[in-house]
Design a protein around this ligand. Structure first.
Ligand code: PEP
Ligand code: MN
Length: 377
């Protein structure tokens, strides 16, 4: 169980110009030249939903030798962007020195990158440098799927007095093969929202996708998941970009994607309808039945554990697990359920069953001699 979270969040509507559409932060992965920055910003400022211009000037690169950003010089270009287009500006900060420079140049919003969110020392250093500063900060999810690290970073900033806070879902590193550069994990996003309901969450489809083709579908998904906006990479000539070339969009392509989105609201077009209420009641009943079935299954597992213990059998019987999985997948197939989902579900159920049986095996009170000792002590 997580500790009770108290993060004081100023609503997004109070610190950013609002439109009916979700907020869009757009701009190149990296600021490269003054011309590239200004040309990109001019084009993006023609898109009404784009309110904030992003550009990385200190770039965290996986391996040394890559383009690691233009540094402080880029901050002057961002100032020019604001003066010329009226767009607010944002850049990534990863240490106290970056914070100091960004504040000095009047950057409007800071963001903490995924590689920094994973490191509590770095986040604390940034939070300390921000103490007393009145600036909004967006926190990208950590590269590993750990909601507590994400939450911890928000808490550190909150404790430093930052209230204009937001989170950015940019996907997570995973060993599983997926179509994405960083797999989206909506369950983690939902959990963060549950822990801090007031926090605005933006989606960064660029770093999730890793290539332009997946971006439209991800944007629609983000809208359907009631995300509050986007951070999207856009470059005046994406293919020539010095970082993340495959995932950047030309400003016009970004405008097309935004135009094509179907906006839905949590309440839909009117009051929640009777129909939806009936279906939700059915879902509630079905979930109750699922929980009861799981509880019944646990009781049986416990009995099996006791039996295995008294017969000196190993907990894991690989043959049985293989057979069980095959059977469940075959049944699932007949019911039209996806194999991948059912496999993951039974892996969780089986893991728990193994854990419960280990507990039974190691439970001292079930061992008559220990029980006797306990009774006389
Ligand atoms: C970026 O926004 O360019 C970036 C480096 O992002 P992330 O921290 O999500 O990798
Ligand atoms: Mn990038």
């Amino acid at each position: 169980m997580s500790k009770h979270t108290r993060i004081n969040v100023t609503p997004l509507a109070e610190w950013l110009p609002q439109t009916d559409e979700p907020l869009v932060i757009a701009g190149p992965c990296s600021a490269e030249t003054e011309t590239q920055v200004l040309q990109t910003a001019r084009e993006l400022s023609k898109i009404p939903a784009v309110k904030v211009f992003r550009a990385g000037i200190w770039k965290p690169r996986t391996r040394p030798g890559g383009f690691d950003g233009v540094g402080v010089e880029g901050l002057r270009w961002l100032k020019q962007v604001k003066a010329e287009t009226g767009l607010l500006t944002t850049t990534e900060v990863a240490n106290a020195g970056h914070v100091y420079e960004a504040l000095k140049y009047g950057i409007d919003i800071l963001w903490i990158g995924a590689r920094t969110t994973v490191n509590p020392f770095s986040v604390q250093e940034i939070a300390d440098a921000l103490r007393g500063a009145d600036i909004p900060v967006l926190v990208k999810n950590p590269i590993n799927p750990d909601v507590q690290l994400w939450l911890g970073a928000l808490e550190r900033l909150s404790h430093a007095g930052i209230t204009r806070l937001g989170a950015v879902h940019r996907g997570f590193s995973t060993f599983e093969k997926t179509h994405f550069r960083n797999a989206p994990k909506w369950d983690i996003v939902i959990e963060l929202k549950r822990l801090v309901p007031e926090i605005p969450i933006l989606c960064d489809p660029s770093h999730i996708a890793g290539n332009r083709d997946l971006i439209p579908a991800l944007c629609q998904k983000a809208v359907d998941m009631a995300m509050n906006g986007f951070m999207i990479e856009s470059h005046i000539s994406p293919d020539a970009a010095l970082s993340d070339a495959a995932q950047q969009l030309q400003p016009a392509a970004l405008a097309d994607i935004l135009d094509g989105l179907e906006y839905r609201r949590p309440q839909g077009d009117g009051e929640p309808e009777e129909f939806l209420k009936t279906l939700r009641a059915e879902i509630d009943l079905t979930d109750a039945a699922i929980l009861e079935a799981i509880s019944r299954r646990s009781e049986i597992s416990e009995k099996i554990g006791l039996f295995k213990k008294s017969h000196n059998m190993t907990i894991l019987q690989v043959g049985r697990w293989q057979q069980l999985l095959e059977d469940r997948l075959a049944r699932a197939g007949k019911l039209g359920l996806e194999a991948e989902f059912v496999k993951a579900l039974f892996q969780i159920i089986h893991d728990r069953s193994i854990r419960m049986q280990s507990e039974v095996m190691n439970r001292k009170t079930d061992n008559p001699s220990n029980q006797d000792l306990k009774d006389v002590s």
